[in-house]
Design a protein around this ligand. Structure first.
Ligand code: KG4
Ligand code: ZN
Length: 361
């Protein structure tokens, strides 16, 4: 069985081809450079870039996989949640191919792609030398788990009973964790996306120096806007904030010494990690599962991976994280989810519309 998937929910155009348990091709065209100057994703720019990149990536993926489009058994695409004008491109291409080659179409929820990704490939945590050959052998069984999905658009804890059987336990009531990283990085004059930039600077920092809030600790839900505001109010007290220039460039900030910015990044990162770890463990205890998983862009963060693994060890849970290359948006996770859904008997109608607010459950 060969599945081709497209992922265009936000600012990455991605195509992947999966044959049974073998990933034949995975192509991602990042648009970071196009959006960086705006400090965030501009939907109109993103959809225009998807239109340019998608046909090239399809051709490249087929070439890398050494197959013809006619050999594909099913076409899949992310159908939500995400930016409407971006989702439309990938879904239209997949539907067109499905109709043209008279093959099934599978509409995949982006969050399902993330939450199943820890089951893709090995869970050794070792980055493969080449991402061309991932074996899914023995990994396609989805054990019940509590899944933390943390990305730029979402922060959710989910009780996963099996493929297609999900119950949302908690979600953010305001900013997503990745969004908080991105906004704080912007305030600090660091680059976009902010998560990796903050993590880099935080490595030299003292996470206990600044006492930042951990919000809504008694709730299943998450909130990160108070933390972001706390950083904003702290800035004038510890640094000099300029407003940036009219071209929308990042504000330039001067600190009295370098340790201030690294301590601030480390303290901010620790506040986010504390909340994510604590609530995930509480959700796992509530759902009586044996396994905790983490996925999504923010799960690239080393401090989060380390501390969540330690907390799981301490509380007696098994822990699985998506491999780092699978954490940020990609089409391999969509192809994997499509393949599992197909095996479980799901199929979509080509008339099915994309849904920017597509619910998981
Ligand atoms: O999953 P993803 O690629 O896109 C969405 O579905 O949103 O996640 C992107 C997010 C961005 O907010 C980015 O800042 C964050 O993931 N991110 C990180 C790290 N790498 C990416 N956040 C914290 N630490 C990282 N190392
Ligand atoms: Zn994502």
């Amino acid at each position: 069985m060969i599945v081709l998937a497209l992922e265009t929910s936000c600012d990455e155009t991605a195509v992947a081809i999966l044959r049974n348990s073998e990933l034949l091709a995975t192509e991602v065209a990042s648009q970071i450079a196009e959006h960086e100057k705006f400090g965030g994703v501009v939907p109109e720019v993103a959809s225009r870039n998807h239109l340019v990149h998608a046909p090239r990536l399809l051709e490249r993926a087929a070439k890398a996989a050494k197959i013809e489009m006619a050999d594909i058994d099913a076409f899949a695409a992310t159908s939500g949640p995400g930016l409407a004008s971006s989702l439309m491109i990938g879904a239209s291409v997949a539907k067109g191919l499905a109709i043209g080659f008279d093959k099934p179409y599978l509409a995949i929820n982006h969050l399902e792609g993330h939450l199943l990704s820890p089951f893709f490939g090995s869970d050794t945590g070792i980055l493969p030398v080449s991402i061309d050959k991932h074996s899914l052998e023995g990994c396609a069984t989805i054990e019940p788990n509590v899944s933390l999905v943390v990305s730029g658009g979402h922060t959710m804890s989910i009780f996963v009973r099996g493929v297609g059987d999900y119950q949302v336990i908690g979600r953010t009531v305001d900013d997503a964790a990745g969004e908080a990283f991105d906004k704080v990085a912007k305030m600090l004059g660091l680059g976009y996306p902010g998560g990796p930039e903050i993590e880099k600077v935080a490595r030299q920092g003292d996470p206990t120096r600044f006492d930042l809030p951990r919000s809504m600790l008694d709730s299943d839900n998450f909130s990160f806007s108070g933390l972001k505001t706390a950083v904003r109010y702290l800035l004038p007290k510890i640094g000099v904030v300029s407003t940036g220039d009219a071209a929308g460039k990042m504000p330039a900030i001067q600190f009295r010494d370098d340790s201030v910015i690294s301590d601030l990044c480390a303290s901010f990162q620790q506040a986010v990690v504390d909340v994510l770890v604590r609530k995930t463990i509480a959700a796992a205890q509530k759902c009586s599962v044996d396994l905790v998983t983490v996925s999504g862009g923010v799960s690239c963060n080393g401090a989060l991976r380390r501390q969540l693994r330690q907390a799981c060890d301490g509380a007696g849970f098994e822990f699985k994280s998506a491999e780092p290359w699978l954490c940020t948006d990609n089409a391999a996770m969509i192809a994997f989810a499509a393949s599992l859904r197909w095996q479980a008997g799901f199929e979509s109608k080509v008339a099915e519309e994309i849904d920017p607010n597509l619910a998981l459950a």
